[in-house]
Design a protein around this ligand. Sequence first.
Ligand code: S3P
Length: 170
Amino acid sequence: MTQTVVITGFMGCGKSKVARELAECLNVTMVDLDERITAHTGRTPAQLIDEDGEGAFRTIETETLRDVLESREAGVIALGGGAWIEQANRTLIEDYGCASVWLDVPFEVCWARIEYAAEDRPLGRTKNQAAALYERRRPVYQLAGTHIQVAGKEELDDLISVIRSALSAG
Ligand code: S3P
């Protein structure tokens, strides 16, 4: 597969895990956008948002995405939950001819993971805040090329098979 696959979806939907496994199955390199941002700036997305504001973080996120796409190093990219929401990023993803996959996971499943994760998520610190964001973003995630409904209890292998079939059908 020569087309880069970007994995999107809400915080806690399992983007990084799925992207890592998909990349392994396809024998391609996986880039986690949030990890790349941390490696380049020396600060996590949460620190960037807290210290410099969400707008500053989004600028860095877009620059980092552009760099990753330009380098053509990644077969699979795990986006941060808000990256796909930015029009500039969706345009870049389209310009580079990527396939986009939305992991559509119920809010309660995402929230349970957000709540218990060690990772700080400044845009999902309370359930109400996260729920409002989830609803607001859904129509934008819907724009992804491939929509994968995930209940949250699937075996990872099975989920990867579903994604691979959907990608080869599309
Ligand atoms: C964000 C999600 C986070 C991270 C940042 C902003 C968002 O990534 O990029 O905290 O706007 O939804 P995950 O989706 O991996 O938690």
